[in-house]
Design a protein around this ligand. Structure first.
Ligand code: FRU
Length: 526
């Protein structure tokens, strides 16, 4: 995949991203029209300009959530990776900061994590001023060209000023690639209270490798975790403890992004639930589950150092898919992050499930709200009110007992007839998201080739729908996170109509709240 990606990038660069490369960006939105561009998300994180992929190095410190990300500041397609940096008090309103990590003689700076080393185990700081320690992959281009196979190694860097300035450790790499594994990357660290050690997970082609360290510098290999017979490429692992909702039972979750054959094509984020004894991660289930059923939530990882009294597990994902990320039709920048999400673990009769719900901070986006009395839809019903159909949230309860329609849903549409249709199909027990007609600009075959779907039982009395729509994305949360679905889209003109529809019968809606949402980029707030 890497080779084809690199070949593609070289091809795109030679096709002429020159203008983009020489373009200068002014950060004053009023002057530059920045954040007003076509398709620009209004309440999701995007870089001011140029290429972004995975979220990296996320930690919370002194009241701020830090977000680093895979960044190529010279072009809108993937290229030599840096770590871009932004911070936020609420994971919603972001301030861009200078680039944190630049490529160096050991290589490009690929994905990884960061922790606040509160007890100064690394010795890079003091207990009074603890260091932030980032773990990342050095990707050596010369080694890759020479086919040495050991061109990805793990390195560290530290910051003594909360994350602005970074110093790379002089004796990098801290984990060399002795086994010569071509895909050997994305180290993320968590503190393991019981063994009083740092635990690092990284992706090694089709499995995850676990290491332990007392000081974030000296790492010992612990074990491998994989699925027998699985030969897909794994990336961006994240291992962390999580309590079962409403109980004291603690399990461990391992999130892994998978580069192939996701439920709706291409790449997606999956997870395993299991136990970790300080040495091995063992999962109760042989197969993984999908964290998000949509096509566009990749490399989802969680924040470290969330205070214990907060108790939440919070994370964010890259809202794209490697099948088409490089060619989506945005001009100044490429890609956005998902909304911040809280993960909750629930125990079912046979199993455990990781639910994703929008972090409660997303409620601060709400501007005007309209509550509707219970109503029935037969045929089509256009939702009207003081909200923009390309920037809103709707929370709605469907009374399935009183609903006679076999299928029903929500349609976003513009005057050109381009549309995106979300359908709940009771007979098929499926959710469909159809973006095949969402634009006449068919920039990628994979993007438009088929309707997306997810299994969904529609037998329960109430179906709770929470839907966020931004200029070029939708995030759908059903039944408080039981199923979530993230898809992006690029209509020629913004969607300007939202309607509900019911096929062969009626749709009974018991409760509806519609919200217009604030933009987050210096655009005046009410
Ligand atoms: C995932 C990924 C990582 C890698 C990074 C490079 O999207 O392929 O495995 O570190 O992107 O940008």
């Amino acid at each position: 995949i890497y080779f084809s990606l690199l070949a593609f990038i070289t091809f795109s660069l030679s096709l002429g991203c020159k203008d983009e490369q020489s373009e200068k960006v002014t950060s004053n939105p009023e002057v530059s029209g920045l954040y007003q561009e076509k398709h620009r998300p209004q309440f999701h994180f995007t870089p001011e300009a140029k290429w972004m992929n995975d979220p990296n190095g996320m930690y919370y410190y002194k009241g701020k959530y830090h977000l680093f990300y895979q960044f190529y500041p010279d072009s809108t397609v993937w290229g030599p990776m840096h770590w871009g940096h932004a911070e936020s008090k609420d994971m919603i309103n972001w301030e861009h900061l200078p680039i944190a990590l630049y490529p160096d003689s050991l290589g490009l700076i690929f994905s990884g994590g960061a922790v606040v080393d509160l007890n100064n185990t690394s010795g890079f700081g003091t207990k009074e001023n603890p260091p932030i320690v980032a773990t990342f992959t050095h990707h050596n281009m010369a080694g890759e060209k020479a086919k040495t196979n050991d061109f990805q190694t793990q390195s560290i860097a530290y910051s003594l000023d909360e994350g602005t300035e970074w110093t790379k450790y002089e004796q990098n790499p801290v984990i060399p690639n002795t086994e010569k594994i071509k895909d050997f990357r994305d180290p993320k660290v968590v503190w393991h209270e019981k063994s009083q050690k740092w635990i690092l997970v990284l992706a090694a082609y089709d499995k995850v490798k676990l290491y332990a360290s007392p000081n974030l510098i000296d790492w010992n290999f612990l074990s491998d975790f994989g699925i027998e017979g699985d030969t897909r490429l794994w990336e961006c692992p994240d291992l962390f403890p999580i309590k079962v909702e409403g109980s004291d039972e603690e399990k461990w979750a391992l999130i892994v992004s998978i580069q192939k054959d996701a439920p709706n094509g291409g790449t997606a984020t999956s997870y395993f639930i299991g136990d970790f004894d300080g040495k091995e991660f063992k999962s109760d289930v042989k197969d993984q589950k999908w964290l998000d059923w949509g096509a566009d939530n990749y490399a989802f990882v969680t924040w470290n150092n969330i205070p214990e009294n907060d108790g939440r597990i919070l994370g964010i994902g890259w809202m794209s898919n490697w099948q088409y990320a490089l060619i989506v039709p945005t001009e100044k920048w490429r890609s956005a992050m998902t909304l911040p999400r809280e993960l909750q673990l629930v125990k079912t009769e046979l199993d455990y499930s990781l639910l994703s719900i929008p972090a409660q901070e997303t409620q601060s986006l709400r501007k005007d709200s309209v509550s509707l009395d219970p109503f029935k839809v037969e045929g089509k019903h256009v939702l009207e009110g003081s909200f923009s159909p390309s920037q809103f949230e709707i929370v709605m309860n469907i009374d399935l007992k009183e609903t006679t329609a076999q299928s029903f849903g929500i349609e976003l549409k513009n005057g050109l007839g381009e549309n995106l249709v979300i359908t709940f199909d009771r007979a098929e027990e499926k959710l469909y998201v159809d973006r095949t007609n969402s634009s006449t600009n068919k920039f990628s075959e994979a993007f438009f080739s088929k309707k997306h779907s997810a299994p969904l039982s529609l037998k329960d009395d109430i179906l709770k729908i929470q839907l966020f729509v931004d200029a070029s994305s939708l995030e759908l949360f059903l039944n408080d996170g039981e199923l979530n679905f993230t898809d992006i889209f690029f209509p020629t003109e913004k969607f300007d109509t939202v309607s509900l529809f019911a096929n062969d019968g009626n749709l009974n809606i018991s409760d509806t709240n519609m919200y217009s949402l604030n933009g987050i980029w210096n655009i005046e707030k009410k």
